[in-house]
Write a protein that binds this ligand. Structure first.
Ligand code: PEP
Ligand code: MG
Length: 906
C-alpha cells in the first residue's frame, strides 16, 4: 500500500498531473496542474488524491497520516524551495491554503482553510517581511476563524446564535465605532486574535494549535471529513454523484489579495452564465481574500468596464459616481486586467468550454487559483454551445453531448424575472410536478377558478388533490398547487400535458375547503391572497412575482435541427386535444403516441351523456347514451387528425374505472338524478355498485371494453369515421388504435375482434377503406412476460411505464407520495421510480417485452408513452433496448429529442 503515489506536485510551469486526471486529482487539482502546463501563473502546490479520501474513510486519520507522511513532507519541502520560504519559520514563513476538490464540482459544499502556518512567531516574520502589520494580523485572524470553524468545530450553539468569531468582530467594530472590517486597525486585529484564542480555549477546552504541522494535518483531515458533511451528502444525492468518488485535497502556497489597495481577489466567467452572451465578466474586491467575494459581506465590484456600466445602469448610479467609486478592475488596474483577460481567453480555448475562474492579485501580480467548466442556465447552455459550434471551437456532436436536456424546460415556460426572485419569500416546498413559473390569487374550487379567470383574474388553483372534474379549472389557472399526489398524480400529468406550472405534494400545507384557507407553518392564506409557484423547483412563494415569457431564440431551433441529424428514435407526443397536438408539433413531435380518450369525456354536455351511459343498467340503455357520445368523440378525433396531417396518431380506448365519472356527494348526485330523470336512490345504488377497493387494479382498461363491448364499438367507430371524414378532405391519416391494460393474449384478441368488425362495417357503410393498426399498451407485467403471444396479434406495443412501475413495485401511483420521500431519504431507492425509470427492475420487463415481441413479429413497432418517455436517462434506456419511438407531453418533446440524439451519439 505504501508504494502507491498519493501526492502530485505542481508549480513553476511543471506538474505531475494533467487535465484528464480528474478522477484521481479532482477537478480543481487536475486543472491546477493543467494551468501550470499551459504557462499560466499558478501558486505552487500539491494535490492529495481522491483515492486517499476513500482510504481515510476506511482507515481513519492515524493510518492515513502514516501512509502520507513522507510524501507530504517532501512536497512541503519542494514548496519551500520554490517560494524561498520555510514552513514554521519565525522570520520567513511559508503560508498555505488547503482546499477540497472532487471529480464533479460541488460549489461551497466542502471546506477550505487559508493562511495556514500562522502563529505568534510567523505573524512577526510576516510583519518584518512585508512591513504591513495590518495585513499580517488580518491574515492571522482569518486563519483562526476558518481553522476554528472547520477543524475545531467552533460553530454557533444554535441556529439563532451567530458565529462566535463574528460576534467578537462585531463587538470590536462597535467598540471602535466603525462599520466595516476594513476599518479595523492592525492593533484592533491583534487584539481580536487574542480574544479569539480565549474563546477557543473557553469553548473547546483546547489551546489553538501553534504547530504548523499539526495545523496542516488537522486541515487535510478536515477536508476529507467534509466529504461526508450533511451539505455534501445532500448535494451528491441531488446530483447523482456517487459517494465512492471522494474528494482530493489541494495544498498550495498562499498568495494574498489582502495586502492593501494594490491587491485584490475575484471570480470571473469567460461568458455570461445566465444569458450565454460571449462577454468576459465577473466580480472582485480590493484588499480581500477569496471567501469575501462569495460570502457577500462586502459588495463586490465589476471586473470589466462594460459590466460596471451595465451594473450602474441597473443600480441607478451616475457615470461620474460609478467611475469615481465603483471603477472596474479594467479601469483601476489595467495591466493586471489585461493579463487576466489573456488568461481567461487561453483557458476557454484550451478547455473548449465556458470557464469559471478564481484569481488573486497580490501587489499588482496576477495569480490564477482555479478554473472549471462553469455552471449555467438552460438559456446559456444552448447559446454557448451553438456559438462555440459556429466559432469552430467544438463540433456538432460535442455541442449535443454537452446538453443537460432537462434544462431546456427553462426555455419553454414563462419564468420569474431575476429582480422578482431576489425579493421573493419561500413559504413551502412540494414536488416540481410541472415546470414553469406562475403567480396568481388563491382559489380552492375549479368553478371559482373559471369564474375568476372569466373576470380576467390570475388564479392559482389550490387543492388537497385534483380529480378529473377539476380539469376546466386547471385549464384556466396560471398554476396548480396540491397538498397530496406525486409526479404521476392526475394534477401532475395533466399539468405537464398542458405545459402548466404545477407543484404537488406540498405536504406542510393544510387546506381547509370549508374555511377557504391554506395554512403553512401557522400562517393563514385566504382565498384571493397572492402566491407564486416555481414548478421547476417545487418552491411556493408568498405574494406576487413578476414573470416574463420565454423567447425561443434561433439557437434553440438550430440545436433541435442538430438533434434530428444524429437521432435514431422518433419522438411523439401524448396529446388529448387538437391544441396540445398543435403545440407538440411546433416543438417537433412526429406523431401522437397516446391520446387518452377519457379526458374528452369531462367537458360540458359530454359528462352528462357519459354518466347516462354509466348509470344505465342494461345494454340498450348504454347504447342509447353511447349514440350521443359518438358524434362528440368523432369530431374530437377529426380535430386531432387534422393537426397531425401525415403523422401517425395513437388513440387509446377508455382506460379509467367508471366510478371516476360519477359524483360521490349527495348534492351533486341529486342534481344528476334530476338531469337524467332518475330517482336519487337509484343513482346512489348504482354509484355504490361501482365502488371498488382497489380501483387501479379493478374494472378499468380493456376490462371495461371486454365487459361492455359496446363502448369499444362506439370508440372504434368514432376513430374510423373521423379518419374517413378527414381523408376525404385530402388529409393523410394514420390511425393506430390502442387497447389499454391487457395482461393476456385473449384479452387483446377480444378487443381486436370488436375493432376490426366495427372497421369493416364503417368501411362498408362509407364505401372507403383505409389503413389502420391495432396494438396494445404493455403495462401489466404479465403482458411483458408473454409479449411473444401478444405480438402474434398486436401490431404495435406502447409501454405504459406508469402502470408497469406501479405493478412491478406494487406501489400505488396515487398513494406512493406518502412513503417515497422517506424511502429516498433512507437510500432504500435511489429516486422516485415514477419519474426515472427503474432500469434494473422495471427495465427488465421492458427489455423482455421488446425482445419477445419482436421474436414473434420482427417488424413490431415499439414505443413508450408513460411519463418516463420525456425523462432523459429513461429515453437513453429506450434507445438502448431498440424502441422505435418515445412519446411524452408536448412541453417535454424538445427534451426527449435532445436526449434521443445524445443516446444515439453515445
Ligand atoms: C401508463 O400507464 O404508463 C400510461 C401511459 O397510461 P396512464 O398513465 O394513462 O395509466
Ligand atoms: Mg396506464
Amino acid at each position: 500500500m505504501t508504494d502507491i503515489k498519493r501526492v502530485y506536485l505542481f508549480g513553476d510551469g511543471k506538474a505531475e498531473g494533467k487535465a484528464d486526471m480528474k478522477n484521481l486529482l479532482g477537478g480543481k487539482g487536475a486543472n491546477l496542474a493543467e494551468m501550470n502546463l499551459i504557462g499560466l501563473p499558478v501558486p505552487p502546490g500539491f494535490t492529495i488524491t481522491t483515492d486517499t479520501c476513500n482510504e481515510y474513510t476506511k482507515l481513519g486519520p492515524a493510518a492515513v497520516r502514516e501512509l502520507l507522511e513522507k510524501e507530504v513532507q517532501a512536497a512541503v519541502k519542494s514548496l519551500e524551495q520554490s517560494m524561498g520560504t520555510e514552513f514554521g519559520s519565525n522570520t520567513n514563513p511559508l503560508l498555505l491554503s488547503v482546499r477540497s476538490g472532487g471529480r464533479a464540482s460541488m460549489p461551497g459544499m466542502m471546506d477550505t482553510i487559508l493562511n495556514l502556518g500562522m502563529n505568534d512567531n510567523a505573524v512577526q516574520g510576516i510583519i518584518e517581511k512585508t512591513g504591513n502589520p495590518r495585513f499580517a494580523w488580518d491574515s492571522y485572524r482569518r486563519f483562526m476563524q476558518m481553522y476554528g470553524d472547520v477543524v475545531m468545530d467552533m460553530k454557533p450553539a444554535s441556529k439563532e446564535e451567530h458565529d462566535p468569531f463574528e460576534v467578537l468582530i462585531d463587538q470590536m467594530k462597535a467598540e471602535k465605532g466603525v462599520k466595516e472590517d476594513l476599518d479595523l486597525s492592525a492593533d484592533d486585529l491583534k487584539e481580536l486574535v487574542r480574544r479569539f484564542k480565549a474563546t477557543v480555549k473557553e469553548k473547546t477546552g483546547q489551546d489553538f494549535p501553534e504547530d504548523p504541522w499539526e495545523q496542516l494535518w488537522g486541515s487535510i483531515f478536515a477536508v476529507f471529513d467534509s466529504w461526508n458533511n450533511d451539505r455534501a451528502v445532500f448535494y451528491r444525492q441531488l446530483n447523482n454523484i456517487p459517494s465512492e468518488w471522494g474528494t482530493a485535497v489541494n495544498v498550495q502556497a498562499m498568495v494574498f489579495g489582502n495586502m492593501g489597495d494594490t491587491s485584490a481577489t475575484g471570480v470571473a466567467f469567460t461568458r455570461d452564465a445566465a444569458t450565454g452572451e460571449n462577454l468576459f465578466n465577473g466580480e472582485f474586491l480590493f484588499n480581500a481574500q477569496g471567501e469575501d467575494v462569495v460570502a457577500g459581506i462586502r459588495t463586490p465590484l465589476q471586473i470589466t468596464k462594460i459590466g460596471s456600466q451595465r451594473w450602474a445602469e441597473l443600480a441607478g448610479v451616475s457615470e461620474e459616481k460609478r467611475a469615481a467609486e465603483y471603477a472596474s478592475l479594467e479601469e483601476a488596474m489595467p495591466e493586471a486586467y489585461q493579463e487576466l483577460f489573456a488568461a481567461q481567453k487561453k483557458l476557454e480555448e484550451h478547455g473548449k468550454d465556458m470557464q469559471d475562474l478564481e484569481f488573486t492579485i497580490q501587489e499588482r501580480k496576477l495569480w490564477m487559483l482555479q478554473t472549471r467548466s462553469g455552471k449555467r442556465t438552460g438559456f446559456a447552455m444552448v447559446k454557448i454551445a451553438m456559438d462555440m459550434v459556429r466559432e469552430g471551437m467544438i463540433d456538432e456532436k460535442t455541442a449535443l453531448l454537452r446538453m443537460e436536456p432537462n434544462k431546456l424546460d427553462e426555455l419553454l415556460h414563462p419564468v420569474f424575472s431575476h429582480e422578482g426572485l431576489a425579493k421573493a419569500k419561500e413559504i413551502t416546498k412540494g414536488l416540481p410536478a410541472s415546470p414553469g413559473a406562475a403567480t396568481g390569487q388563491i382559489v380552492f374550487f375549479a368553478e371559482d377558478a373559471e369564474k375568476w379567470a372569466g373576470e380576467r383574474k390570475q388564479v392559482i388553483l389550490c387543492r388537497i388533490e385534483t380529480s378529473p372534474e377539476d380539469l376546466r379549472g386547471m385549464t384556466v389557472a396560471k398554476g396548480i398547487l396540491t397538498a397530496r399526489g406525486g409526479m404521476t398524480s392526475h394534477a401532475a400529468v395533466v399539468a405537464r400535458g398542458m405545459g402548466k406550472c404545477c407543484v404537488s405534494a406540498a405536504g406542510s400545507m393544510v387546506i381547509d375547503y370549508r374555511a377557504r384557507t391554506l395554512t403553512v407553518d401557522g400562517k393563514v392564506y385566504n382565498e384571493g391572497d397572492w402566491i407564486s409557484l416555481n414548478g421547476s423547483t417545487g418552491q411556493v412563494f408568498d405574494g406576487k412575482i413578476e414573470t416574463v415569457d420565454p423567447e425561443l431564440s434561433g439557437d434553440f431551433g438550430e440545436l433541435m435541427k442538430l438533434a434530428d441529424k444524429y437521432t435514431r428514435m422518433v419522438v411523439r407526443t401524448n396529446a388529448d386535444t387538437p391544441k396540445d397536438a398543435r403545440i407538440a408539433r411546433s416543438f417537433g413531435a412526429q406523431g401522437i403516441g397516446l391520446t387518452r380518450t377519457e379526458h374528452m369525456f369531462f367537458e360540458g354536455e359530454r359528462i352528462k351523456a357519459m354518466r347516462e351511459m354509466i348509470l344505465a343498467d342494461n345494454e340498450a340503455g348504454r347504447r342509447k347514451a353511447l349514440d350521443k357520445l359518438l358524434p362528440i368523440q368523432r369530431s374530437d378525433f377529426e380535430g386531432i387528425f387534422e393537426e397531425m396531417d401525415g403523422l401517425p396518431v395513437t388513440i387509446r380506448l377508455l382506460d379509467p374505472p367508471l366510478h371516476e365519472f360519477v359524483p360521490h356527494e349527495e348534492e351533486q348526485q341529486a342534481e344528476m338524478a334530476k338531469e337524467l330523470g332518475m330517482e336519487l336512490s337509484k343513482v346512489k345504488e348504482r354509484v355504490a355498485s361501482l365502488h371498488e377497493l382497489n380501483p387501479m387494479l379493478g374494472h378499468r382498461g380493456c376490462r371495461l371494453g371486454n365487459t361492455y363491448p359496446e363502448i369499444t364499438e362506439m370508440q372504434a367507430r368514432a376513430i374510423l369515421e373521423a379518419a374517413v371524414n378527414v381523408k376525404a378532405k385530402g388529409i393523410t391519416v394514420l390511425p393506430e388504435i390502442m387497447v389499454p391494460l391487457i395482461g393476456t393474449q385473449a384479452e387483446f384478441r377480444l378487443q381486436e375482434d370488436i375493432i376490426r368488425a366495427t372497421a369493416d362495417k364503417v368501411f362498408a357503410e362509407k364505401g372507403v377503406k383505409l389503413e389502420y393498426m391495432v396494438g396494445t399498451m404493455i403495462e401489466i407485467p404479465r403482458a411483458a412476460l408473454t409479449a411473444d403471444k401478444v405480438a402474434e396479434y398486436a401490431e404495435f406495443f406502447s409501454f405504459g411505464t406508469n402502470d408497469l412501475t406501479q405493478m412491478t413495485f406494487g406501489y400505488s401511483r396515487d398513494d406512493a407520495g406518502i412513503f417515497l420521500p422517506v424511502y429516498i431519504n433512507k437510500n432504500l431507492i435511489p429516486h422516485d421510480p415514477f419519474q426515472i425509470l427503474d432500469q434494473e427492475g422495471v427495465g427488465q420487463l421492458v427489455q423482455i417485452g421488446v425482445e419477445r415481441g419482436r421474436k414473434a413479429r420482427p417488424n413490431l413497432k415499439v414505443g413508450i408513452c408513460g411519463e418516463h418517455g420525456g425523462e432523459p436517462s429513461s429515453v437513453e434506456f429506450c434507445h438502448r433496448v431498440g424502441m422505435d419511438y418515445v412519446s411524452c407531453s408536448p412541453f417535454r418533446v424538445p427534451i426527449a429529442r435532445l436526449a434521443a440524439a445524445m443516446a444515439a451519439i453515445r
